[in-house]
Design a protein around this ligand. Structure first.
Ligand SMILES: C[S@@+](CC[C@H](N)C(=O)[O-])C[C@H]1O[C@@H](n2cnc3c(N)ncnc32)[C@H](O)[C@@H]1O
Length: 210
């Protein structure tokens, strides 16, 4: 396991399958220095993560991205803006259980995950019942999960997985661009693309019940 460092402190873990103990320890050693911890799964080239970090200096903002180049670009952007509250791991986001302890995370973000359109590919989708349960366990009470997508079917099949006994749905729209939520929206690279194609965008925000 090799760590590629864009600058001391912003780490890009060179391993796409599992989270190494060194990365886990590094994250755990700084997480307590911030009142909040925000985690983005599949953070791409980092447009959302970087703006989120810029807007939320109180939060440690961690991006998990499986593609090295995108993870590295995110590190470079953080470095360019001298952001001290960004960490990027090049790893499989489904490994979050090995990175965080229960109740440690304030918010999870999943923006425009790969849709794996064909029925036989659906097992590859990032979001499933198991991931939602894991996020619920890792969130602190009152913490939230925010999911955005252009894919209506992926959205429609994900929302019922948010058990009302565990989650309080605070935001839900299948037309984000026309919704009041746009006011506080942080765009992503893929959102800009889908917007330019005139696609309707969906958003759900679910808060962990106490
Ligand atoms: C469609 S792109 C969206 C990127 C970004 N969230 C955005 O909205 O611009 C999906 C991203 O998720 C990443 N990804 C897919 N599966 C992943 C996984 N299991 N773990 C981490 N990243 C993953 C892809 O490499 C890609 O960068």
């Amino acid at each position: 396991m090799q760590l590629v460092t864009t600058k001391p402190g912003i780490i890009v873990a060179e391993n796409d399958r599992e989270i190494a103990e060194t990365s886990r320890q590094e994250i755990q050693s700084i997480i307590g220095s911030f009142p909040e911890c925000y985690v983005e799964l599949g953070s791409g080239s980092g447009m959302h993560l970087i703006r989120l970090a810029d807007r939320s200096p109180q939060a440690l903002c961690i991006g998990l991205e499986i593609r090295f180049k995108r993870a590295f670009k995110t590190g470079e952007k953080a470095e360019g803006k001298s952001l001290e509250n960004v960490r990027v791991l090049r790893t499989d986001a489904r490994q979050i259980r090995h990175l965080f302890t229960p109740g440690q995370v304030s918010a999870f973000f999943i923006n425009y995950p790969d849709p794996w359109d064909k029925r036989r590919w659906r097992k590859n989708r990032l979001i499933n019942a198991e991931l939602i349960q894991t996020m619920w366990e890792l969130l602190k009470p009152g913490g939230f999960f925010r999911y955005q997508t252009d894919h209506q079917e992926y959205f429609a099949s994900t929302c019922p997985l948010l058990n009302p006994a565990q989650w309080d749905i605070q935001r839900h729209t299948t037309d984000l661009l026309q919704s009041p939520y746009m006011e506080s929206n942080i765009p992503t690279e893929f959102e800009m693309l889908f917007k330019s194609q005139g696609k309707p965008l969906c958003l759900v925000e679910a808060v962990k019940r106490n």
